[in-house]
Design a protein around this ligand. Structure first.
Ligand SMILES: Cc1ncc(COP(=O)(O)O)c(C=O)c1O
Length: 456
């Protein structure tokens, strides 16, 4: 039997917590996680209606991925990237040939142990490929929380170009970090005629910075942490801009990739566009094990094929992570999980639309597939916490709409909230049943009434 009193003491005393200050810290201990449910230490069972961090897309411990890891563990622990392992090759083949079947842009996959590391790698690759220093990044977007490992500029992390093998290029090897913000996209329901203002403003920034200095723009298909579904015209226009000015597009699909928006990848919602580098993670293995990856387009992959490139981490292509990817993706492909996401998503969206009509505090519902952001507003139709997607955790967090919603949903046996104060992330696992959708949304219904009373 676990002694939860002792565990709480150790957790409170020795663990370095994120997000909450020690004084605010609430000890919410999970005893176990099965399928679509989390069981807390006090015996409470919560329906996980946000898939943890919009990450555990196939529910908890999906049997297909678990079985694949168990099989792999009978043969492998860790094998470093200098040696091949069966699952690394299988994972790459599955992603490039099967999941991305019919697409002619993808060249190669590399597997990492986090989405953050994958995003860092994609930016490094873009800088090495183009020889340029600047990355454009959208306001409100999120790509990870680390800084600086490659900027420490030790003797490692370098590339010898194929056409000049005696030259050593530091990676990233540029004198400044060079991140320049661009405006966020207009939301899905923005009334716009002609060019989106965000695109016009981005083009002005591109001209001011000089396209010859820009390696890439990095974007999210639907913002994860920020909970923002861009206007349908945004990505086709941004892609056109990047092509016209000759810089790369890094599409960060860590949160939306592998089915969340009802397509394998978010960019596929816009026919005719494809990225140069795609960052993946979370849903690639349903988050059973830490995961991340980069898919390089054929031209980018060919560039690195020709170079000697010292790069990577101890865990690149880890056999057990790759086995979890193989188990998860084979299951998703064989069971038409995308079809299921679309079908269940229609039910969720229909009910959310009904709730939006009934609750004055709902300003907008945006999303697709099984990921919807519900934006909460005050009586004037304005964000309740003024910083909105720029939140700085100001004021009394207990009164922030996301926390009011989370508390009320928990009372109804449902885990559901949001990371920014005014936006709720409805993102159930793809394994959700109709009855569970009804349970999750009826908890949200009750919670929206609380916000109506408090703020609208
Ligand atoms: C779009 C996006 N990129 C990158 C990351 C970072 O991934 P990880 O948490 O696996 O490091 C996240 C995590 O939420 C994300 O949503």
């Amino acid at each position: 039997m676990t002694d939860w009193t002792e565990i709480e003491r150790w957790d409170r005393t020795y663990y370095l917590h994120n997000v909450q200050a020690q004084a605010d810290y609430s000890f919410l201990a999970v005893d176990r996680a099965d399928g679509n449910y989390i069981q807390l230490a006090d015996g409470t069972r919560l329906l996980d209606f946000q898939s943890q961090l919009v990450s555990d897309s196939m529910g908890h411990r999906h049997p297909a991925a678990v079985a694949a890891v168990e099989r792999a563990m009978a043969r492998y622990g860790h094998v470093f990237f200098g040696m091949a392992n069966e699952y690394r090759a299988r994972a790459a083949k599955l992603v490039i040939e099967d999941v991305l079947a019919g697409e002619d842009w993808p060249g190669r996959l590399r597997v990492f142990a986090s989405g953050t590391e994958a995003a860092e790698s994609a930016m490094t690759m873009a800088k090495l490929y183009t020889g340029r220093p600047v990355i454009l990044t959208q306001a409100h977007s999120f790509h990870g929380s680390t800084m600086g490992a490659t900027w420490l500029r030790g003797y490692r992390n370098c590339l010898n170009p194929a056409d000049d093998p005696d030259r050593v290029v530091d990676a990233p090897g540029f004198p400044s970090a060079g991140y320049i913000p661009i405006p966020p996209p207009e939301p899905i329901d923005a009334a716009v005629d002609g060019t989106l203002p965000s695109i016009a403003a981005t083009e002005a920034i591109v001209r001011a910075v000089g396209p010859e200095n820009i390696a890439a723009v990095i974007t999210e298909p639907m913002f994860g942490a920020g909970g923002l579904m861009p206007h349908d015209d945004y990505y086709p226009a941004l892609r056109e801009l990047s092509k016209r000015h000759g810089f790369l597009w890094i599409d960060d699909e860590v949160l939306c990739g592998f089915g969340r928006l009802g397509e394998w990848f978010g960019y596929q919602r816009h026919p005719g566009i494809a990225p140069d580098l795609m960052v993946v993670g979370k849903g690639i293995n349903g988050s059973l094990l830490p995961s991340g990856g980069v898919v390089a387009s054929k031209p980018v992959a060919e560039y690195f094929d020709r170079a000697r490139w010292w790069s990577g981490s101890t865990w690149d292509g880890h056999p057990l992570i790759c086995a979890s990817i193989v188990g998860n993706l084979e299951y998703m492909l064989e069971h038409d999980t995308l079809g299921r996401v679309r079908e269940k998503g229609e039910r969720v969206l229909a009910e959310l639309t009904r709730l939006a009509g009934r609750h004055p505090c709902v300003g907008r519902v945006g999303g697709a597939g099984l990921y919807y952001a519900v934006d909460l507003v005050n009586a004037d139709g304005e964000p309740i916490v003024p910083e909105d997607r720029y939140t700085g955790f100001t004021g009394d967090p207990a009164r922030h709409p996301n926390n009011l919603i989370a508390a009320e949903c928990a009372r109804h046996g449902v885990l559901l909230g949001g990371f920014v104060p005014n936006t709720i992330k409805v993102a159930p696992p793809f394994t959700i049943s109709d009855e569970e959708i009804d349970k999750g949304l009826s908890a949200l219904d009750a919670a929206l009434t609380v916000v109506d009373r408090a703020h609208a």
